[in-house]
Design a binder for this molecule. Structure first.
Ligand code: ADP
Ligand code: ZN
Length: 732
């Protein structure tokens, strides 16, 4: 096959992939001045202009005089071959059509804007025709700040004059007005600044990682270490090593609330802040990041999973922090796991991946077991801090009135901490006041009108909220079913209710409730966390938000209100998730000099997962869990794909499901089985009925082509949507 040319002269026929839902690329003629392979362009499509990327040589086979021309080439670096490959391979893996993949890679606000300039002002050469106070002040400011240029607003504010004063000076040439590009490079990060002095464990891990980075080749390392063991310090050194080689690094974090603390650590280590990419960043900043990453004007990006699609010029390292976290799984639109796709991307561009976690996913653990990943362990906590003591509180023997959740034993432990001026954390992974609102007259439970889910009372908001679709309604006074007044009762605990109980038990204590929905912004939450870490609260009440990476040096007690919460249900990963979450929460205690204790309230302290948590035998837990999954032939020892059919018409969804189940030939061919159709665990979301099928296949078979052939046999009715979830994380 002849190599694809990297440049097309004007008039040459090229294939352009657009972000429109078409079957493939369309042919266009290269515009005046030609275009590069991978160029981001705008093309005519019917009466519209749509964005696209020059994908390769045009296919032709039609009257060339009919071919339309590319309208223009956008002012950004062309897509690299490596990115094109990544999109194709990821599209094949997740069964996503290329236009949808391309949308992920072009999600930069203002991408098609002309190069954006802004006016700046600096000292010119003329002398003013007339001296006034205001004019003198402007010149003073410009003289004081030497060669710096100002925006009009900055200059007039600094000088305390109106903008017309500055404009007047511009007319006379006293002040020079210039256009400069709005998108500028990020400040250089300096890897030669000294890092922390490393412990022997850490130094050894850094040596291994550095050697891997020196190869400029692909490799994945699982960096396991308890919370506080210094994993972040270790991967910061990997970032340093990557920068020394002149390559770029991407650090993925599972939670925006964590970025602020991390940015500060990067700044402390490298002397400047990196680029950021997540939903909390302004459009302007995002566009700047997108462009600078492509031109080499950003060395390190800290971001959410979608940062994987940034057009890195020379990506040498991807860190996935808290790699086990389920928020790496994108659950709508294109369904993908950012951790797995990071590995794919790195393998294509010859980069290293570091997967960091205190409690790795079973997938990563087993990849390390079979030698696909290198495994590095940090076993001790940094400094004097040691792992907390872990106890179960057997709730069957605690004397606790109904509608109370803090056992006398836990209460006593908190009281002791209060007396010593130490902090306690009460952990409950349930937002809101109470998970169920029940009418004591008729037994009615208030549900969401659009979903098959209960409405959750949020007392701070004075509303009921559906955690599925986000729908809210005011808290009613009468039962919506029997109209009885004053009979609605809260059943079960949420963090808000727990905080009420704590307030009653410990009236003197300062109590802070941390739940993502109680803060207007990530910044507000972050500020609150910093204050708490500095000692602004005695008792912290929190959801899983607090399990993720924050440092609370004064915290010495963690009470887990309901350690059994994740153990019920048929979730494949229930045990693994509970294990990870409990260990992470327990890891919050005793991070500084003081030894910590974690207490788990449980009605089944003899459950194997609870026992594994208490004994601290992680390898034992993973081996046991691995055996069970191997036996059942499920991931990571077998493959799963979920098929969700959703439709306003339940019968239609079921008919399609049955049709698929009958025509299972292409799946049988590769040894895969189909289960279902069955109503999905949440059988209705936003008014759409949901039916699911589950496909189970042995590891190592070509599952995706078989799935494609299978699905291609049926026609999906207009109103119905068919979604394929490869490697499903949750089964809702
Ligand atoms: P992890 O990422 O494993 O939770 P961190 O890297 O955040 O651990 O380390 C925990 C704390 O210990 C942080 O405050 C960090 O700055 C500190 N720390 C870790 N290693 C060192 C070191 N070698 N020298 C000084 N402080 C360290
Ligand atoms: Zn709902």
């Amino acid at each position: 096959m002849p190599a694809i040319p990297s440049f097309f002269a004007e008039g040459a026929l090229v294939a352009v992939m657009t972000t429109q839902p078409l079957d493939g690329p369309l042919d266009y003629k290269a515009p005046e001045g030609g275009c590069h392979l991978g160029a981001f362009v705008e093309v005519p499509l019917g009466p519209r202009k749509v964005p696209g990327v020059v994908w390769g040589v045009g296919l032709g086979g039609f009257d060339l005089s009919k071919a339309r021309s590319i309208i223009r080439v956008l002012d950004v670096a062309p897509m690299r071959e490596e990115m094109q490959k990544f999109l194709i391979r990821m599209g094949d893996y997740t069964l996503t059509p290329m236009p949808a993949m391309l949308r992920l890679a072009t999600r930069a606000p203002g991408l098609s804007d002309p190069p954006s300039m802004r006016k700046v002002y600096r000292l010119g050469h003329g002398t003013p025709d007339r001296e006034t106070d205001a004019r003198r002040r402007v010149l003073e400011v410009l003289n004081t700040f030497g060669g710096l240029s100002f925006t009009l607003k900055e200059l007039s504010d600094e000088a305390g004059v109106t903008s017309s004063v500055v404009k007047g000076l511009v007319k006379q040439g006293v002040v020079a007005e210039e256009d400069t590009p709005r998108d500028t490079s990020f400040p250089r990060l300096d890897p030669s600044r000294p890092g922390k002095e490393l412990t022997a464990d850490q130094a050894q891990a850094v040596t291994t990682l550095s050697a891997a980075i020196q190869t400029d080749d692909y490799g994945t390392t699982l960096l396991r270490g308890v919370t506080g063991s210094g994993k972040t310090e270790v991967y910061l050194e990997a970032v340093a090593q990557t920068l020394r080689r002149g390559r770029q690094a991407l650090v993925l974090l599972p939670e925006i609330a964590l970025t602020a603390e991390f940015l500060t650590r990067i700044e402390a280590r490298f002397g400047a802040r990196p680029a950021e990419w997540h939903s909390g960043v302004t459009m302007t900043e995002r566009r700047r990041t997108w462009k600078m990453v492509g031109q080499g004007g950003a060395q390190v990006v800290v971001g959410a999973r979608s940062a994987l699609f940034l057009p890195f010029q020379n990506l040498g390292l991807i860190v996935v922090d808290e790699e086990h976290d389920n928020s790496y799984k994108q659950e709508d639109g294109v369904l993908y796991n950012a951790r797995d796709m990071a590995v794919l991307r790195a393998s294509i561009c010859g980069a290293q991946v570091v997967l960091a976690s205190a409690t790795p996913s079973l997938e990563s653990w087993s990849n390390a077991e079979v030698g696909k990943y290198t495994r590095l362990d940090l076993n001790a906590r940094f400094g004097v801090a040691v792992m907390p003591e872990l106890h179960a509180i057997d709730m069957r023997t605690e004397d606790l009135p109904s509608n109370r959740w803090i056992s006398p034993t836990l209460q006593q432990a908190v009281t002791t901490r209060l007396a010593k001026g130490e902090q306690s954390l009460l952990f409950l992974n349930r937002r809101g006041y109470a998970p169920v609102t029940l009418c004591r007259a008729c037994g009615h439970q208030i549900g969401c009108g659009e979903c098959d889910a209960r409405m959750v009372e949020h007392r701070f908001l004075k509303r009921l909220v559906c955690h599925q679709c986000g729908d809210t309604q005011p808290m009613p006074d009468v039962c919506p079913s029997c109209q009885a007044e004053g009979k609605l009762a809260a059943v079960g605990p949420g963090v808000e209710r727990l905080s009420e109980e704590a307030q009653e038990l410990f009236p003197e204590a300062r109590i802070a409730t941390l739940s993502s929905d109680l803060f207007g912004s990530a910044r507000a939450l972050k500020e609150q966390i910093v204050k708490i870490a500095e000692g602004a609260a005695d008792i912290i009440i929190g959801t899983q938000l607090v399990a993720k990476g924050h440092n609370f040096p004064l915290l010495t007690l963690v009470g887990v209100i309901d350690a059994d919460l994740g153990l019920q249900g048929s979730d494949l990963r229930g045990a693994e998730r509970t294990f990870q979450l409990m260990r992470q929460v327990a890891g919050r205690a005793g991070r500084a000099e003081k030894k910590g204790t974690a207490m788990l309230q449980s009605f089944q302290p003899e459950h194997p997962v609870i026992r594994a948590i208490l004994s601290g035998d992680e390898e034992g837990f993973w081996r046991a869990e691995a055996d069970e999954r191997r036996h059942a032939g499920v991931p990571p020892y077998g493959r799963l794909a979920g098929i969700i059919l959703s439709s306003p018409d339940m019968q239609q969804a079921f008919d399609l499901g049955n049709d698929l189940a009958r025509r299972n030939g292409p799946l049988q061919h590769v040894g895969a089985q189909v289960f279902g159709p069955a109503p999905a665990p949440i059988a209705r979301i936003r008014g759409r009925h949901r039916v699911r099928l589950l496909v189970k296949a042995p590891k190592g078979v070509a599952l995706q082509p078989a799935l494609s052939a299978w699905i291609a046999q049926v026609r999906v009715p207009h109103q119905t949507r068919l979604t394929v979830d490869i490697d499903p994380q949750s089964f809702f």
